[in-house]
Ligand binder design. Structure first.
Ligand SMILES: C[S@@+](CC[C@H](N)C(=O)[O-])C[C@H]1O[C@@H](n2cnc3c(N)ncnc32)[C@H](O)[C@@H]1O
Length: 209
């Protein structure tokens, strides 16, 4: 069964000193590189690599996750990077299936590999969209279901996967200009140590009103 509850995620983070690479998402870096830094929201912030990268590049970041272990690890890493970085990030312990971000507040809202059951995911995407300020950017990235055909570790639950078009379908069409609706390939190393190609669903849109 995939890990979906808070205690299981805490346990997963406790089991290793680092679950993720520590590098920011290449999709986020590409998008943010063209933006004037402002207020950003990063949901499912994990070990904090994206939030810290954004703070390093001048953003004020609200980073949300329900794993206390991940949040503490992230905050410690941010402090190691410097007090000026740490001060720009607010770490929030919230369950994204019921937390409602403040509406129209963020210049950039990012969800990287935040996989939920379909109903919860659609609700989250609508709430995230509402939290984007007029003129701001919504970036949602997920593992593509085709990764299940590879030897890379992924939950074998097709419902957890979405396409960029699924994200678009959750948004009010009149308020958004879609900038990216793609499946992007990238290289990784699979469970047997072989180089392999995986795919990400990438959705980026600008709020127009
Ligand atoms: C696959 S990890 C992605 C972490 C990070 N975004 C990255 O790309 O490295 C998913 C993260 O979402 C968090 N998460 C899962 N379900 C959640 C929920 N309902 N509320 C808040 N956080 C959740 C987990 O604790 C985990 O840190």
């Amino acid at each position: 069964m995939p890990v979906t509850d808070e205690a299981s995620w805490d346990e997963r983070y406790r089991s290793r000193s680092a679950l993720w690479s520590g590098d920011p998402s290449p999709h986020l870096v590409t998008v943010a590189a063209d933006l004037v830094p402002g207020a950003a929201l990063d949901v499912g912030s994990g070990e904090g690599a994206d939030a810290i990268w954004l703070a390093e590049h001048g953003w004020r970041v609200t980073a949300v996750d329900f794993s206390t272990v991940a949040l503490e690890r992230s905050a410690a890493r941010a402090l190691e990077m410097g007090a000026d970085i740490a001060r720009r990030i607010t770490w929030l312990h919230k369950d994204l299936t019921d937390w409602v971000p403040v509406a129209a507040s963020y210049d950039l809202v990012s969800a990287q590999f935040m996989h939920l059951a379909r109903n919860q995911r659609e609700l989250l995407h609508r709430r995230l969209a509402e939290s984007v300020a007029p003129g701001g950017i919504l970036l949602v990235v997920g593992h593509h279901v085709s990764d299940l055909q590879t030897a890379v570790a992924r939950p074998a639950v097709p419902e957890l996967y979405f396409t960029a078009s699924d994200v678009a379908a959750s948004l009010a069409p009149t308020k958004w200009m879609t900038l990216v609706d793609e499946v992007r390939a990238r290289q990784t190393v699979d469970a047997e140590g072989r180089s392999t190609t995986i795919h990400d669903a990438v959705f980026e849109a600008r709020r127009t009103d």
